[in-house]
Ligand binder design. Structure first.
Ligand SMILES: Cc1cc2nc3c(=O)[nH]c(=O)nc-3n(C[C@H](O)[C@H](O)[C@H](O)COP(=O)(O)OP(=O)(O)OC[C@H]3O[C@@H](n4cnc5c(N)ncnc54)[C@H](O)[C@@H]3O)c2cc1C
Length: 381
């Protein structure tokens, strides 16, 4: 079978791989995306919620995908801890942005990016499994199967966007998330809730009048609660969360998700580079994973757009250096929120309460914290 010659082969057609291919649209580079799944995520990820930051909106606008998304804006985030004092509210107005973030379903976001990619003539090749990867001169050769046919590609640069990678170091949290979609009375508006419980963080994100729930807890309890009757589940949730979102009436689409932190030691190698979850997979607390991945995709696109050789070692090293601080800081913040903000040690509770109280009493600190979570490293003074 004839070999396909490309400047860039993107492995993984999830949101980050598609966003990267779109960031190169209009450049002279020949790009194709290779996806292992036969179809888009659809029912597989259902309505799994993704909270996009305002900065991610700006990236998606530049890529031309934003108008296809029907998101729910988050204007306020209410942060509290269960069983103790300390709470704060982050407001979009105070942070100087129209919304702190936007909630969309993973499948809807992926669909918007795929439609935009189709309009831009970006080729997405499905059902691809590459079994071999070999370096020869200035190309990386990939060999494998596309459906039941053989496929061979020679690319000057391979961009890994395959999601969580086994090659990265892994820390398994002593937590699993139970996710689902909640109905309440009154209906959800534009306030999101983040509540730190002894077992892990609990987030309720407004999504089209309902709440998307992401509740981290001990794996044994997650197994029990995922199988619990809806009434029992809602009673346990009301006990952990309190009454600030009104009456919780129904829970649908409950799924358990294991939680891990995976970070690659190096985000680039010879003519290969890693972005999104392939570079780092985070705990979902504070909804940072895809936001960080979209920043990876955008910045790599900016770095490689005008470069004569997209696999040039200096260009890849410059990209990796630019991303190091943002990625490391985001990994540290989410890891800290997932672990140090859990536990029922009274001293820990006191410290968390004081931290939340201090944030609540200091508008510039709240503004800085909100902008850091929205914009990443570029919000640093
Ligand atoms: C419970 C939960 C809640 C979350 N909430 C948020 C949130 O609110 N905000 C946020 O920013 N992030 C959130 N995240 C993180 C977010 O989902 C990920 O960061 C994001 O999906 C990463 O996108 P990606 O394209 O890098 O990887 P993925 O979404 O994993 O996509 C990877 C793609 O590559 C394909 N693939 C895999 N292997 C291969 C291969 N060998 N060859 C070709 N294709 C391959 C896969 O089929 C898939 O299509 C959450 C995560 C979880 C688990």
């Amino acid at each position: 079978m004839p070999e396909r010659a490309l400047d860039l082969a993107v492995l993984g057609g999830g949101p980050v791989g598609c966003a990267f291919a779109l960031a190169l649209h209009g450049s002279a580079h020949r790009v194709a995306v290779f996806e292992q799944r036969a179809r888009a995520a659809g029912a597989l990820h259902g309505e799994r919620p993704i909270a996009l930051s305002y900065a991610s909106r700006l990236v998606l606008e530049r890529l031309g995908a934003w108008p296809r998304i029907a998101p729910t804006p988050i204007e306020t985030i209410h942060v509290s801890q269960a069983g103790s004092f300390g709470r704060t509210r982050l407001e979009a107005r105070e942070a100087g942005v129209p919304a702190l973030g936007y909630v969309v379903g993973y499948a809807a976001l992926e669909q918007a990016l795929l439609e935009r990619a189709a309009d831009c003539g970006i080729e997405i090749v499905r059902e691809v499994a590459f079994a071999e990867r070999a370096h020869s001169g200035e190309t990386v050769r990939l060999r494998g199967k596309c459906g039941d046919r053989p496929i061979e590609v020679a690319a000057r640069c391979v961009v890994h966007a395959e999601g969580g990678s086994d090659e990265a170091s892994e820390k398994r949290y002593a937590q699993e998330a139970v996710i689902g979609v909640l109905s309440s009375a009154p209906r959800a508006g534009t306030t999101a809730f983040e509540r730190f419980t002894a077992e892990g963080p609990l987030a309720m994100l407004p999504m089209a009048g309902r709440y998307a729930l992401v509740w981290a807890m001990r794996p044994e309890r997650a197994a029990a609660l995922a199988a619990e009757a809806p009434e029992g589940f809602l009673a346990a949730l009301a006990q952990a969360f309190g009454g600030r979102a009104g009456r919780l009436e129904a829970i649908e689409q409950r799924v358990r998700v294991p939680l891990v932190l995976r970070v690659r030691a190096a985000r680039h190698g010879a003519r290969e580079v890693y972005i999104g979850n392939a570079a780092q997979t985070l705990h979902p607390v504070a909804g940072q994973g895809l936001n960080l991945g979209l920043r990876d995709a955008w910045e790599l696109g900016c770095e490689l757009r005008g470069s004569a050789d997209p696999g040039d070692a200096r260009a890849l090293a410059s990209y990796a250096a630019q991303r190091r601080l943002d990625a490391a800081a985001t990994v540290r913040v989410t890891d800290l929120l997932a672990t140090a903000f859990a536990g029922d040690n009274p001293l820990g509770r006191l410290a968390r309460g004081c931290a939340l109280g201090a944030l609540d009493g200091c508008a510039p600190a709240r503004r800085f914290f909100a902008r850091r979570m929205i914009f990443g490293r570029s919000a640093m003074p």
